[in-house]
Design a protein around this ligand. Structure first.
Ligand code: ASP
Length: 329
């Protein structure tokens, strides 16, 4: 069954419940080493299946991205929740966000500590407060108010993250290099999801530990609306990954939806916006996109990006440029 939108671009409410749901996942755009390749692909495939199960049961796009991103936050192969990288002080500070394309409501956390599922805290900010973004201690106080338990930092830190941090602290004393040198982006693998639900609404969610040895207090693109993602059910949804400072400076996700609004396909809009980011600020990254009509895309300018989507009963996935595998569900 094809998805349809009204002339004004809103989902066709007459076909409520008849839209084919779609979910697209990314596991971070960077030079993923062979040692992490299989786990990264397996992780995004599982998250795509879990998110699609929520959509098939009639769950909303927001429910689906929250479920998928929560699963990835539990997977130590990714730099989000458990597996987060360490900042220059050797601590975990995480950023996460969700956005509902129907209402344009959003919730985000930045520099939050000791929380197992930052994306769930972001969802509570969207649902239970009048704010969009809470940072640091304020975000942690809100978590406490909501009854979300804190976890010891060590439970979020993997051996890989600790070793990566030691390597950076030893060899790269100029932290600024991290943000201007593409080669130093090792250890980053943010997670994200976009979904289109049965009622034709879209949502996105993104979660990250950021970049290894970042300055304490540094906030990347992920929780910033329009940079780390954007969702508008009249157009589509985007989740970004890559060099956060470059993504913020070019408002990558909003750039893509703006191009889509002028009639470009999700594929062409995401390629144009990523090219623009390369040309204007020499930044590399990747995005997953779903349009309001169900077009799905995973594009990146980094060496690799783990991605997976479920559409029309098939699971699609890939890691290397041009790689596109398919399995029946
Ligand atoms: N965009 C994230 C950040 O800069 C990192 C990543 O996507 O790998 O915090």
């Amino acid at each position: 069954m094809s998805n349809s939108v009204n002339k004004d671009g809103t989902p066709d409410q007459a076909s409520q419940g008849s839209v084919d749901p779609v979910i697209v996942i990314h596991g971070g755009a960077w030079a993923i080493p062979e040692s992490l390749a299989a786990a990264s692909v397996e992780g995004v495939k599982q998250a795509a299946r879990a998110g699609q199960a929520v959509l098939q049961r009639g769950g909303s796009a927001v429910d689906a991205v929250e479920a998928a991103v929560s699963l990835l936050e539990d997977d130590p192969a990714f730099d989000a929740g458990t597996g987060s990288v360490l900042n220059a002080a050797g601590e975990v500070e995480m950023d996460a966000v969700v956005m509902d394309g129907k209402t344009l409501k959003a919730g985000g956390v930045a520099c939050v500590q000791n929380i197992k599922h930052p994306v769930q805290l972001a969802r509570l900010i969207m649902d239970k407060t009048d704010h969009v973004l809470l940072v640091g201690k304020g975000a942690n106080h809100f978590a406490e108010e909501m009854g979300i338990p804190t976890v010891p930092m060590e439970t979020l830190v993997t051996e890989t993250a600790r070793k990566e941090w030691e390597r950076f602290m030893k060899y790269h004393e100029t932290i600024q290099d991290l943000f201007s040198n593409r080669d130093l982006q090792a250890g980053c693998d943010t997670v994200g999801a976009v979904a289109l639900d049965k009622t034709g609404n879209v949502a996105f969610g993104t979660s990250t530990g950021g970049i290894t040895a970042k300055r304490p207090g540094r906030v990347g693109d992920s929780p910033i609306i329009g940079a780390g993602g954007y969702a508008d059910s009249q157009v589509g949804a985007v989740s970004s990954t890559g060099h956060g400072e470059a993504i913020m400076r070019t408002c990558l996700a909003h750039h893509i939806t703006t191009l889509m609004q002028t009639g470009q396909s999700a594929d062409s809009a995401s390629k144009s916006a990523l090219d623009h980011m390369t040309q204007r600020v020499q930044g590399s990254g990747g995005v997953v996109v779903v349009s309001a009509t169900g077009e799905v895309v995973a594009n990146f300018t980094t060496e690799r990006m783990a991605w997976a989507w479920v559409k029309d009963g098939e699971l699609h996935y890939g890691l290397d440029p041009g790689q596109h595998e398919k399995e029946c569900l």
